[in-house]
Write a protein that binds this ligand. Structure first.
Ligand SMILES: C[S@@+](CC[C@H](N)C(=O)[O-])C[C@H]1O[C@@H](n2cnc3c(N)ncnc32)[C@H](O)[C@@H]1O
Length: 324
């Protein structure tokens, strides 16, 4: 057997048969899953987790809420959780998702947290919702840093599309780095919330779209639009503003394929985040690599937080690619 490298090509002779490989092809076999946790949060902390709950600090406020992945035991006692938590989410017996917050007298209904990375200085409003969420997914800060760095790499005015964009953490990260951002979400009050976050962060000029993500992307392809960065954080199930059904397993191929058509072939990046329980980072990688195509580099793996007792809580998977 003998091999010879010539530019981007490798010629190999194995038992009399000649093979031609490209270096890009070799990169496809580099299957290193990376576990990532945000390292720049001062306003967020996972204090404890267990018994299908988590105890977290957002700024000065401590809250306790359900966490289906925390299958282990709590490290602190129930009495300590009750003593530390300013607000506790109690599930509604009739509903899987909904519930109510039991608050101590000084607990505000709304408050702010700050997030800093490089020159990015985000300020986001939090609030207690009946779906146990508070308005940010703090593990996403790892993606915000990546998006900020990628926009800086691609350059001022990079066109970035954020789909299923929620309260806008990723949109603000891209805007902070100088991108021209299009933010798409199907829920109007959530888009209004993002706009407040943009203003609180001292930013402006984000393009707000209340629409079904798939419909919007279909139209952008027809219009011949192109983007330098695409960010997607699709739920397992969702609804467009006119009741359009989003079912991840049925619609993901079409969505990613259309995103592949929208993404510039060089100086670009894509981030796919999946937080439905049980979805693998390899699944995210395979679907993007098949439908979006080649890249100069990629990263994929799990996002997590470690609580103050050392228990690591998985919080979804990511796949990122970039093109030089
Ligand atoms: C939980 S969020 C994603 C989290 C967000 N990327 C972040 O980290 O802040 C999912 C979002 O998808 C939106 N959504 C659900 N179905 C949709 C659809 N068909 N089209 C557009 N947005 C949709 C929801 O309104 C919600 O804001």
């Amino acid at each position: 057997m003998g091999c010879m490298v010539a530019g981007y090509f490798i010629f190999c002779e194995i038992e009399g048969v000649y093979y031609l490989y490209t270096l890009i092809e070799l990169k496809k076999h580099d299957m290193n899953i990376k576990l990532l946790t945000p390292s720049h949060w001062t306003d967020y902390e996972l204090i404890d987790s267990g018994a299908f709950e988590k105890l977290e600090r957002f700024g000065k406020q401590v809250i306790a809420r359900p966490e289906p992945q925390a299958i282990w035991n709590k490290s602190l006692s129930d009495a300590e959780w009750m003593q530390r938590a300013d607000a506790y989410f109690r599930k509604d017996k009739q509903s899987e998702e909904r519930g109510e917050w039991i608050c101590k007298p000084k607990m505000p209904q709304q408050w702010f947290v700050n997030y800093r990375f490089g020159e990015m200085n985000l300020r986001m409003r939090l609030g207690l919702t009946s779906f146990k969420h508070v308005g940010i997914f703090p593990e996403q800060a790892e993606n915000w840093d990546f998006i900020y760095d990628e926009v800086k790499r691609v350059g001022e005015g990079a066109r970035v599309l954020n789909l299923f964009a929620y309260t806008g953490g990723a949109s603000l990260a891209a805007k902070s780095a100088g991108a021209d951002v299009t933010h798409v979400d199907s829920v109007k009050p959530v888009v209004t919330w993002s706009r407040e976050n943009m203003e609180a962060s001292g930013l402006d000029g984000i393009r707000w779209i209340v629409d079904d993500a798939l419909k919007f992307v279909r139209r952008e392809v027809k219009r011949g639009k192109k983007y330098d960065g695409i960010i997607l954080d699709p739920p397992a199930y969702g609804r467009g503003p006119n009741g359009e059904k989003w079912i991840l397993q049925e619609n993901i191929n079409e969505l990613i394929s259309l995103c592949g058509q929208l993404l510039e072939s060089s100086h670009s990046f894509l981030v796919l985040n999946l937080y439905s329980m049980g979805l693998s980072a390899l699944l995210a990688r395979s679907v993007v690599r098949q439908l979006v195509g080649d890249c100069s580099g990629e990263q994929f793996g799990e996002l997590y937080f470690t609580d103050s007792f050392g228990k690591a809580l998985p919080l979804g998977v990511y796949y990122r690619l970039w093109r030089e």
